[in-house]
Design a protein around this ligand. Structure first.
Ligand code: SAM
Length: 308
């Protein structure tokens, strides 16, 4: 009997809710880098040094980045971690992976060695114990809120089976607030408390729980849920806050804040269509704070490091 030729798997078809604009990812990069927990990065570096000592100095350390987008995570982490490093970047967006390849060209590890990267155009729904079998460190940034509890369970199981560590950064915790700062408090129109912040935040957080292709998204509950899954398998887990603090008087940070506010308005309107006028009025007030450089927008994230 002749074997039938294998049909290659069709390329992933991302849901619109799980597609991210390259300009948005570029806009958030500086705030992300400033927010990440250096203490947990140091833990990851120590872990990799120990793995390297156990395996022999020449064997490359295997790092996997889930939901890589345009490569912000390896670009930030590679120079902070020991080498030699071999990264596998996984995403369902081929265009973003093209950008990631360019962004990672010429990357160096903490010891100055060249960093190797490969990309995999893959849906994260297909990530399993085999995908992560060789990994020393599994990473992701700004991803976790998109996934459901079953996917986290599979991730925790796969990492526990392979004995790899995890560094999962910049997972939203569902909080944000506008703070008057000393300069703006003295200004004629300081950034004022707004009763509708709570309303818009609740609508946005509810919208975040919609299915983005990986089941009912956990949104802000994802990082604590992953921590619990990993602890139940005996891994040591550390969490650290990694909030964005956007000074609205700084033009680049105000631009990021404006993009956030626009996104919150759109999601809140999709979630609470009957409250469009109320949400539009809130958007107008908070946009004015950005325009006039009034106060600071603080948005909560959680970083997680876990090791066997
Ligand atoms: C918010 S972006 C973060 C990108 C990058 N990690 C960063 O920090 O800039 C989320 C990324 O996850 C990818 N993604 C979302 N759902 C996915 C899925 N089901 N399979 C593969 N990639 C997915 C998106 O294409 C996007 O690149």
């Amino acid at each position: 009997m002749t074997a039938r030729p294998q049909t290659p798997a069709p390329p992933p078809q991302p849901k619109p809710d799980a597609c991210f604009d390259a300009d948005w990812l570029a806009l958030r990069r500086a705030a992300d880098s400033a927010a990440r927990s250096p203490a947990l990065e140091a833990r990851a570096a120590d872990w990799l040094r120990r793995r390297r000592a156990a395996a022999g100095a020449d064997a490359p350390l295997r790092l996997v980045d889930l939901g890589s987008g345009s490569g912000a995570n390896p670009c930030h982490l590679a120079p902070r971690l020991p080498g030699p490093q071999h990264w596998t970047l996984i995403d369902h967006d081929a265009g973003l992976l093209d950008r990631a390849r360019v962004a990672c060209t010429g990357l160096r590890d903490a010891e100055g060695g060249a960093v190797r990267t490969e990309t995999r155009h893959l849906d994260l729904g297909a990530v399993d114990a085999r995908t992560l079998a060789d990994a020393d460190l599994v990473c992701a940034s700004a991803l976790l809120d998109l996934v459901d509890a079953t996917w986290l369970d599979r991730l925790a199981e796969a990492c526990s089976a392979s004995g790899s560590a995890l560094l999962i950064t910049l997972s939203v915790d569902g909080t944000w607030r506008f703070l008057p700062d000393s300069a703006s408090a003295e200004a004629s129109a300081p950034c004022a408390p707004d009763a509708d912040d709570d309303f818009v935040r609740a609508a946005f957080n509810a919208h975040q729980r919609r299915d983005k292709g990986l089941g009912a998204a956990l949104g802000p509950d994802a990082a604590p849920a992953l921590a619990a899954q990993l602890r139940s398998r005996g891994l040591q887990v550390e969490l650290a806050p990694s909030p964005w603090r956007l000074a609205l008087a700084a033009p680049a940070q105000a631009e990021l804040a404006r993009a956030l506010i626009d996104g919150w308005r759109d999601a809140a309107c999709a979630q609470q269509a009957q409250a469009r006028a109320r949400i539009a009025a809130w958007h107008g007030r908070r946009s004015a704070d950005c325009r006039h450089g009034r106060g600071t927008l603080e948005l909560g994230h959680i970083d997680l490091f876990a090791a066997p």
